[in-house]
Design a protein around this ligand. Structure first.
Ligand code: GLN
Length: 266
């Protein structure tokens, strides 16, 4: 049985579970189990994890109170198990995020990116639109992407280098805690780079392998889906649509990660 958890501290976790169940029918045959995760013990049973949309500051505070922050960091960066964050979940998986009026929050990290937390403005500026997701297959129909106070990836950070050195706006920034202890383990693994999987405007997908500032006027558009090794993040909320294609795609990633792990005897 492959166990997939959804962090259920706050936000749209119920919706994710529903859509994961629907997607399991489209994913390759496996025994799937989907569970709500609220404790380190529950997390330890998971082969993959989803961090839902919601409010990242609240989610992070509750995670800290539940003693989940360190186990979550280990899950993502040491065990390197498949982890997908949507919206608030993407913010928590970023190594760097801007502060908002509500302050900063403890990040989990795992994606070498800086996110802008409320890029599109307030609740009233939320919107839905068709989005090309080339990773679903070139001829796949556009995805009905829902953006609610959505973050975007505004910068791809230098791989595995000190973020501090790179950040010029530290007073406005929260960063995931030093990865030194974890990095010695993580470093031994592959040097995954950040892949841009989808952008809101401009060319559909491109690989970004080096550190760069994303110029808002640039053709590339707003980055709304990225992957770095085992970590996947989307700005929008596939869990709020009936469309299970991304969930099915991600379950396939989870399945191959589990198979790989088995082969390595871990
Ligand atoms: N911008 C929100 C935050 O900072 C996330 C919004 C969402 O998940 N819909 O947490």
């Amino acid at each position: 049985t492959i166990t997939v958890g959804v962090l259920a501290l706050q936000g749209a976790f119920y919706e994710h579970i529903q859509l994961l169940k629907k997607a399991a029918d489209q994913a390759p045959p496996s025994e799937w189990q989907f569970i709500e995760v609220r404790t380190p013990q529950e997390l330890s049973t998971c082969d993959g994890l989803v961090l839902p949309g919601g409010e990242s500051t609240t989610m992070s505070l509750v995670a800290a109170r539940s003693n989940l922050l360190e186990p979550l960091r280990d899950f993502v960066k040491v065990d390197r198990k498949p982890t997908w964050g949507t919206c608030a979940g993407l913010i928590l998986l970023a190594e760097s995020a801007n502060r908002t009026k509500r302050g900063g929050q403890d990040l989990i990290g795992g994606l070498d990116v800086r996110v802008n937390r409320n890029h599109f403005g307030r609740q009233t500026e939320s919107f839905q639109g068709p989005l090309d997701l080339p990773f679903l297959g070139e001829d796949a129909a556009p995805f009905p992407a829902v953006f609610i106070r959505a973050p975007i990836v505004e910068k791809i950070l230098p791989h595995r280098e000190g973020i501090q050195e790179d950040e010029t706006r530290l007073d406005e920034t929260v960063v995931a805690p030093s990865r030194q202890a974890r990095d010695s383990v993580a470093e031994a693994a592959t040097a995954d780079h950040v892949e841009v999987l989808a952008t809101l405007l401009g060319p559909a997908a491109r690989n970004a392998t080096e550190s760069r500032d994303i110029n808002p006027d640039e053709e590339v558009g707003d980055i709304v889906a990225v992957r770095q090794g085992n970590v996947f993040g989307t700005s929008f909320h596939p869990e709020l649509t009936g469309d299970a294609r991304i969930h099915a795609w991600w379950l396939r990633q989870v399945q191959s990660a589990v198979l790989k792990r088995k082969k390595l005897g871990q």
